[in-house]
Write a protein that binds this ligand. Structure first.
Ligand SMILES: [Zn+2]
Length: 185
């Protein structure tokens, strides 16, 4: 170990013994040398693009995790968000409803119920899925909706696409959505 490394090790040991003081010193140095600190960080980022990208990925994942945990712990805030943006959610639900083929719209659900399902999914950073896909004659009905994580939804979409292709290949007639939902529920 050369003298430089020895000095570094001594500083590290002192910092470990005095965490509060060392943090205060580091902060004071940062406040006094903001520009230098920023330049150092930028230089490091330029020299280590892969490491930097990894850090950003970890930070983003951590942030998403914290956000989701907070949302789950504070459901009343999601409720408030929904109340505040109710018109927006209902407008979206109506637009979604209009896009669905007439014979696949259910008659049992209020537009507000669809809006709520989508609001809940959004608050959990999740997605809404038609259990029985619309392309296979599933109904656009709350009984035929489920909230899935993005990963689960992607996985299910692959299965759904297979079923849809099989159905087209066999040229089998679409089963009634009503019938299939009663099978599911
Ligand atoms: Zn319905």
């Amino acid at each position: 170990m050369d003298s430089k490394e020895k000095a570094k090790a001594r500083v590290a040991a002192w910092n470990a013994r005095n965490p509060g003081l060392s943090a205060a010193r580091a902060k004071a140095w940062y406040v006094a040398n903001k520009e230098r600190a920023k330049a150092r960080i930028i230089a490091w980022q330029k020299a280590n693009p892969e490491k930097r990208a990894a850090h950003v990925r970890i930070d983003n994942a951590k942030r998403a995790e914290i956000k989701q945990a907070w949302r789950l712990a504070n459901p009343e805030c999601d409720q408030r968000y929904y109340e505040k943006n109710r018109d927006k959610y209902i407008a979206n639900a109506q637009a979604r409803y209009r896009r669905v083929h007439v014979d696949q719209r259910c008659t049992c659900c209020e537009v507000e119920m669809f809006a709520k399902v989508f609001a809940i999914a959004k608050s959990m950073a999740a997605e809404v899925d038609h259990i029985k896909p619309l392309a296979l004659g599933g109904l656009h009905c709350c009984k035929n909706l489920q909230v899935l994580t993005k990963a689960e939804h992607r996985k299910k979409a692959i299965d759904d696409m297979r079923a849809i292709r099989r159905c087209r290949r066999d040229n089998s007639p679409r089963k009634s959505g009503e019938m299939l939902i009663s099978e599911k529920v």
